[in-house]
Design a protein. Structure first.
Lengths: 425, 107
């Protein structure tokens, strides 16, 4: 349960809100670099933290992020001509470069100084991991780009999707720290009914649906360890990492061969860009593995619609839930892991009313996530600068899973601590 | 285990809002310092709050029950404050609210 006051506090990211001020201290993944494929190509519109932006790659290949509307008459710059080192509004020809400098004002006298007094709001950008990043915070507080494992692997080792969902970013993000739901929402009936013959990880999840939690706040956010009974002398551990402000790294397979990360970027208070990043640590992803992300029997994103940037499954069409499938194949009857999650979090409403919840021990990590976020924003309000955005190296931690000898002092277990370290130099 | 007789990382079932329950939770709060312990206390306070909320909603709203409702409402408010204070890592202040609630002698 959260009080209505705390619920508003943690959810809203508009300009001037405490959480909005906090998240603006970090670089934000904006779009795939491939969505700006060529110099002087088609500009794109995005909304981040309730701010409408236009994004373009200029003649020299630099990425510019400007306010969406021309400072002149507030006409949309996304229709603009992308040419000669800047974006030119097609209404009256005013042109801006990636820094927001007005380069040309052809409908005013050539000798006017008016041009020098007009600027478009422009934001710093960076490209890393084949993703365009933007910084929307105070210029004198520019942070470091997070140094995450997936950004260091070669391009063909990773697969990155971005799609839009309805609903607040925190409630979407909470699903990733809610480890106990994987024993239900994402399970096949076969694994639930016959755990003994399921793959080892599914078997442990199916046999022990009430994990024991070890939750540790860290300098990057929070480590969440879910402990399930494995064999008589071992525990099955799933360790997820929450990296501030909106990254969740989900436990990798037991062999450490892959990584999975989500980025829950607020478009505004009631819409979220969900990024899914899957990567291999030791080899390129195969074409089959990439296809399986969207078309496979256990697709990660099952109904992505390139035309809209969203999912075809939505609350109105009940995410194509198949009641026959629920009787015979799957617990949820919904195709696609992200669709299964979205069906739950979108269906809660634009901003869930957390004062009506009944939370138990299994929800410890959900509560912890809210508290970490609220504390971070409150600290900044009281003048305590955040640590993580200015230390990009703290984002090198990875999520992992393992079957380890039973040791109740998990936090001091040297084997466990070693497994937090990135597998990619 | 600690001097409170329980492992503070564990979550204790809250079965009622009697004074012994309030006092036991206050003691646990006073001994809780670690992040995970405070999360556990918040879950316990959540359940306490829920039980009071249910009781408030089912208590008759008439003259005969006016005194009981007022006391319930005061305890409810204190428990809510304690819940938010535990979440804000102020367990001693949260415990003090529960001790104030005990003094109202709802049970």
């Amino acid at each position: 349960m959260l009080s209505p006051k705390d619920n508003e506090y943690v959810s809203r990211v508009g300009d001037g809100t405490p959480m909005g001020t906090y998240v603006r201290r970090f670089w934000v993944p904006l779009m795939l670099s491939v969505d700006l494929p060529e110099p002087d190509g088609t500009p794109q519109e995005v909304r981040i933290y309730g701010e409408d932006l236009v994004v373009f790659r200029d003649t020299t290949g630099r990425v510019g992020v400007l306010q969406a509307l021309c400072p002149h008459r507030q006409a949309p710059l996304v229709y603009g001509r992308n040419e000669q080192g800047g974006l030119r509004c097609i209404y009256h020809g005013w042109q801006y470069d990636v820094t927001g400098t007005c380069l040309d004002m052809p409908n005013e006298a050539p000798d006017t100084v008016f041009k020098d007094r007009v600027r478009a709001e422009a934001y710093p950008t960076h490209e890393a991991g084949r993703v365009v990043w933007v910084y929307l915070g105070p210029r004198d507080q520019q942070p470091q780009v997070p140094d995450m494992e997936w950004m260091r692997v070669p391009d063909d080792y990773r697969n990155v999707h971005r799609f839009r969902v309805e609903g607040n970013w925190v409630q979407a993000m909470e699903g990733d720290v809610d480890s106990s739901h994987i024993g239900f929402l994402h399970k096949s009936l076969r694994d639930l009914r016959d755990p003994a013959s399921a793959p080892v990880e599914s078997r442990y999840q199916a046999l022990d649906k009430a994990p024991k939690w070890v939750i540790q706040p860290t300098d990057y956010g929070m480590m969440i360890a879910a402990r399930r009974n494995a064999e008589d002398d071992t525990y099955y551990w799933r360790i997820n990492q929450v990296m501030l402000p909106f990254y969740t790294s989900v436990a990798a397979p037991l062999d450490g061969s892959a990584g999975l990360l989500h980025m829950w970027v607020p478009m505004d208070d009631t819409h979220t860009y969900v990024w899914t990043v899957m990567w291999r640590t030791q080899r390129p992803m195969t074409a089959r593995e990439r296809d399986d992300m969207v078309d496979g029997p256990n697709a990660h994103v099952g109904t992505y619609d390139p035309a809209t940037g969203g999912l075809r499954g939505n609350h109105q069409n009940r995410f194509f839930q198949d009641r026959m499938d629920m009787k015979t194949e799957s617990f949820s009857g919904i195709f696609g892991i992200r669709e299964q999650d979205a069906a739950m979090t979108v269906g809660m409403g634009p901003i869930v009313d957390r004062s009506k919840e009944h939370l138990g021990a299994a929800d410890s990590a959900v509560i912890a996530l809210r508290r970490v976020l609220i504390k971070a924003a409150r600290d900044l309000e009281t003048g305590v600068e955040p640590y993580a955005p200015y230390h990009g190296d703290v984002y090198r931690r990875r999520a992992w899973s393992a079957v380890l000898p039973r040791n109740d002092d998990f936090l001091n277990d040297p084997v466990a601590n070693q497994m937090h370290e990135s597998l990619v130099p | 285990m600690t001097q409170t007789g329980i492992a503070l990382d564990d979550i204790v079932e809250i079965d009622d809002f009697s004074n012994p329950t309030l006092l036991a939770l206050a003691v646990r709060l006073e001994h809780s310092t670690a992040f995970q312990q405070l999360i556990a206390r918040e879950i316990e306070l959540d359940e306490l709050w829920r039980r009071l909320d249910t009781k408030l909603k089912t208590t008759a709203d008439d003259a005969a029950a006016r005194g009981q409702r007022a006391t319930l409402a005061a305890v409810f408010d204190l428990v809510w404050q304690a819940h938010d204070l535990a979440g804000a890592e102020q367990p001693l202040e949260a415990a003090a609210r529960l001790r104030q609630a005990c003094a109202l002698n709802i049970s």
